[in-house]
Design a protein around this ligand. Structure first.
Ligand SMILES: [Zn+2]
Length: 182
């Protein structure tokens, strides 16, 4: 079954930012349903896969469990609905280089204004898609070992997979477009 992306709320976004982030949610749907996505999530070089269940102690998830959580759209404590639920509140108080902040298991998460403005101004839809799956994995319950600097965990590596797939798709699309023009 395909994974759906459900973008519920973009709070304090202006119209251009709202339209831009909706495009990113659309392409995130292509990425997570891409034929290579699950294989890449299964084989990513995780250094750790820490997950904090609601009210419970930290556990490690297997790559197969990571795929299952994403495929079933399991925000922490929700039932399997094959839907990745997203709500974002724009927060002008978050300073660069921090992109966003999520309370584990909770929506909406907060995304910095500098990031939203920058991606919208430059027409970058891939970075928000990567950011969305990263923060959503915190909503699902995955945590960083420490706040910054540690990049081989589930949120970072799955974000990297999304970005890689979307960059490849964009390249193929532009090659196809130039072939069609000829
Ligand atoms: Zn994070």
């Amino acid at each position: 079954m395909a994974i759906a992306i459900s973008l519920h709320e973009l709070i304090n976004f202006d119209q251009a930012q709202d339209e831009h982030f909706r495009k990113s949610a659309d392409i995130l749907s292509f990425a997570v349903n891409h034929p290579n996505f699950r294989t890449q999530v299964l084989s990513a070089p995780y250094r750790e896969t820490y997950f904090r269940p609601a009210g419970g102690h930290r556990v490690s998830k297997t790559p197969a469990e990571i795929v299952q959580i994403i495929t079933e759209g399991l925000e922490r404590d929700t039932i399997a609905d094959n839907t990745i639920d997203i709500s974002i509140r724009q927060d002008p108080t978050i300073g660069a280089p921090v992109v966003g902040s999520t309370t584990p298991g909770k929506l909406p998460w907060r995304t910095s204004s500098w990031f939203i403005q920058g991606c919208t101004a430059t027409g970058d839809t891939i970075s928000p898609a990567r950011h969305m799956i990263h923060e959503w994995l915190h909503v699902a319950g995955f945590v960083h070992k420490r706040q910054n600097g540690y990049r081989k965990d589930v949120a970072y590596l799955v974000g990297d997979i999304v970005r890689k797939i979307l960059k490849q798709m964009a390249t193929q699309k532009s090659e196809l477009a130039s072939a069609l023009v000829v």
